[in-house]
Design a protein around this ligand. Structure first.
Ligand SMILES: C[S@@+](CC[C@H](N)C(=O)[O-])C[C@H]1O[C@@H](n2cnc3c(N)ncnc32)[C@H](O)[C@@H]1O
Length: 169
């Protein structure tokens, strides 16, 4: 009996292969929670008042925005925590979050982000270098919950970015 084909066309099969490959390199962090020790370390220093990307289950602050609110369309005020969703290192995804973090800091917020250390990406050069304080983390993080490329996370290095409020001269 002939084997049932999973993909109808060769192009579809190749696309699925490329997606799998990308996800296994960068992990898949859509719902993955920040490791508690990382959040506690930073919360002790900054005292976060708003988790800008969360769900009721994984929110790190009493005030938080969810996918339904769409944090990218909301105001970020106070001291914000941002561990944004991303899928397998898609180029455009983190960009919107770090751009918003930078712009919010110009408007007076403090924003601390936990993002993949993709130092070759345009977003890193456009919205991180010379704009944020960068803290490179030792080892790879294991995010909690969610679904990883292999049922887990921890496939990529991460950095913490600190966007401080702009000071008016
Ligand atoms: C990587 S998890 C971070 C969870 C938690 N804040 C933490 O640090 O442990 C990203 C969260 O952002 C939520 N999310 C996705 N799109 C969003 C959006 N446009 N606005 C706000 N939250 C969003 C996801 O549902 C998910 O809960």
């Amino acid at each position: 009996m002939p084997r049932r084909r999973k993909h109808k066309t060769n192009a579809e099969r190749q696309r699925a292969y490329r997606t799998r490959k990308r996800e296994s390199r960068y992990g898949y962090n859509v719902e993955g929670g920040t490791p508690p020790e990382i959040f506690q370390w930073l919360d002790k220093e900054f005292g976060f008042t708003l988790d800008v990307c969360a769900s009721p289950e994984n929110a790190k602050c009493e005030r938080f925005y969810t996918k339904q609110d769409d944090a990218l369309k909301q105001d970020w005020t106070g001291v914000c925590w941002c561990n944004p969703p991303y899928r397998g290192g898609r180029v455009d995804e983190v960009e919107h979050w770090v751009q918003k973090a930078y712009e919010s800091s110009l408007a007076g917020a403090t924003v601390v982000c936990l993002v993949p250390a993709q130092t070759d990406r345009d977003w890193f050069h456009d919205w991180v270098l010379n704009k944020a304080e960068i803290r490179f983390l030792r080892h790879r993080l294991w995010f909690t919950g969610g679904r990883g490329a292999h049922g887990t996370f921890g496939h990529h290095p991460s950095v913490v970015l600190v966007y401080r409020p702009a000071t008016v001269e």
